[in-house]
Design a protein around this ligand. Structure first.
Ligand code: GLC
Ligand code: CA
Length: 517
């Protein structure tokens, strides 16, 4: 495990919407460079940046045209290298977004692959051998592209119809046109992806968030073929880039961490019960107090037991694919969300703007394949200036329109207000950095996580240090009995302080307390 992951707290940047510096209405690398000190002041020491490569942007850059070239709208490869250098100067790390499963239909590889004449790219993608044969019912294939080439065959897609699936083979090939996962053509695709990783790592990035990591080998019901593939890529990294980190968009740490990923996310899809926390009809972190934490902790415990301390299970505040916390929960509720995120194992991921409670914008017209995700990708709200300080362009030229609410939260206001959400997030990150027991690899033990009940109590332990965390998001005081009855030293409390009396813990309504035992 790269050493820097030990206390990494990530900040996710959607480059389009973070900071525009040349007035074209879209964020750029220079804008990110200009805001690095801000990210550092918040306390984050690592960055995940969404795809920034040359692309026609039918899916916001998850449709890569040229893996070796930065998208001109963000800057040049030189500018990107400068961003890596500026990040490192500040003792921070930056991971890029690798999209290994599919390219854009405009990618040169695909243009070549469509040709009727056999060439080196003919098997770079998954093609059936007849235009009339598709991929119905095959796991990890969403649809097909057909009728746009002279080549006789259908090409599998991975996500949108503009995203042809690269060929990493099939777990159990059953047709002549299905390659095996270790066939020459599937290995050629794998090698091409390793070359791309080596190129950017060589230029100075610190690793990758890997898009749809579980989907490369097709028809892989139990995930074993993809696990094998990623173990091979991990071995390549260990040998050549041992400080490079990889985090998967997989959502099943029991599989991904066995596949050699250093980290996996809990996500809004998959079996993790992540949605129970903040995004279900009755979220656990809502003050209405009707949530259920137990299904989440049961599943989490299962992941911990099956991975046996190998790799990190990461919990994001939101990401560019799901509704923001702001809009679902209010600022006071979100403070408790961050108390939870910053006291759990794994590397926490803060989605840009969540630190001020930026709100999900409903009913926006889709931008670059965002559809209902567009409302989560609006420009960062820096200050009370023009376009909230995001850009000097005319408002109608902005990538996505800004939250129109005159009372929209801004960084500037919250950084100068005692008791703001921003200040609370900063305080929590500082605390995490000061206490190894709160960091990535210190184990967690759930002490009170009952069906439809409050509070939620767990302990983090690392060598000599033990920290008890008691959180009660509900609007009613709550109590519980656990094996620990020592009042210890209060390290942090928000909205009241939990205390133990006659063997019972009393946890005030809407509060969070961290106690060193
Ligand atoms: C991932 C990305 C999402 C993208 C999709 C296709 O889920 O997070 O934004 O649309 O993959 O690449
Ligand atoms: Ca710009």
């Amino acid at each position: 495990m790269p050493k820097w992951l030990k206390n990494a707290v990530f900040y996710e940047i959607y480059p389009q919407s973070f900071q525009d510096t040349n007035g074209d209405g879209i964020g750029d690398f220079q804008g990110i460079i200009d805001r690095l000190d801000y990210i550092k002041e918040l306390g984050c020491n690592a960055i995940w940046m969404n795809p920034c490569f040359d692309s026609p942007f039918t899916d916001a850059g998850y449709d890569v045209r040229d893996y070796y070239m930065a998208a001109p709208r963000y800057g040049t490869n030189e500018d990107l290298k400068r961003l890596f250098d500026e990040v490192h100067k500040r003792g921070m790390h930056l991971i890029l977004d690798l999209v290994p499963g599919h390219t854009s239909i405009d990618c040169k590889w695909f243009q070549e692959s469509m040709k009727a004449e056999e060439n080196v790219y003919s098997h770079r993608y998954i093609w059936s051998d007849s235009i009339w044969e598709g991929f119905e019912g095959i796991n990890n294939i969403t649809g097909s592209i057909r009728g746009i080439s002279d080549r006789n065959g259908s090409c599998a897609t991975n996500f949108f119809s503009t995203q042809p699936a690269l060929n990493y083979g099939f777990a159990k090939p059953s047709k002549p046109w299905q390659s095996a996962a270790d066939s020459q053509e599937a290995m050629a695709t794998r090698q091409a992806m390793k070359d791309i990783m080596a190129f950017w790592l060589g230029l100075g990035c610190d690793g990758f968030r890997v898009d749809m990591a579980a989907s490369l080998v097709k028809g892989d019901e139990d995930g074993k073929a993809n696990i094998a593939l990623w173990n091979d890529i991990r071995a390549f990294l260990d040998e050549q880039f041992p400080e490079a980190a990889i985090v998967s968009e997989w959502g099943q740490p029991d599989q991904s961490l066995k596949g050699g990923f250093h980290m996996d996310f809990l996500l809004h899809f998959g079996p993790s019960r992540y949605l129970d926390l903040f995004r279900t009809e009755h979220p656990y972190f809502s003050r209405e107090g009707k949530g259920n934490i137990k299904a989440f902790t049961d599943k989490y415990q299962e992941y911990v037991d099956s991975t046996n301390g190998k790799g990190l299970i990461c919990i994001p505040s939101s990401n560019h694919d799901m509704p923001r916390l702001g809009g679902l929960l209010d600022e006071e509720e979100i403070k408790l969300v961050f108390a939870f995120l910053m006291s759990m194992p794994g590397a926490p991921f803060v989605y840009y703007g969540d630190e001020i409670g930026m709100r999900y914008q409903k009913d926006l017209r889709s931008v670059e394949g965002g559809f209902d995700r567009t409302g989560t990708r609006t420009p960062m709200q820096w200050n009370s200036g023009v376009n909230a300080g995001f850009s000097s362009a005319a408002p109608e030229r902005l990538y996505i329109s800004i939250d129109p609410d005159p009372n929209r939260p801004t960084v500037e206001a919250q950084m100068h207000t005692e008791g703001s959400l921003w200040k609370e997030v900063q305080k929590l990150i500082v605390l995490r950095m000061e206490h190894p027991a709160l960091q990535s690899s210190a184990p967690v033990r759930f002490l009170y996580a009952q069906e439809h009940a409050y509070p939620f109590v767990y302990i983090r332990e690392q060598e000599e240090e033990k920290i008890l965390v008691l959180i009660n998001p509900s609007s009613k005081d709550a109590s519980c009995n656990i094996e620990i009855t020592d009042n210890g030293q209060v390290l942090y409390s928000n909205h009241g302080t939990a205390f133990c009396e006659n063997g019972t813990w009393n946890v005030p309504a809407e509060s969070a307390t961290f106690i060193r035992l």
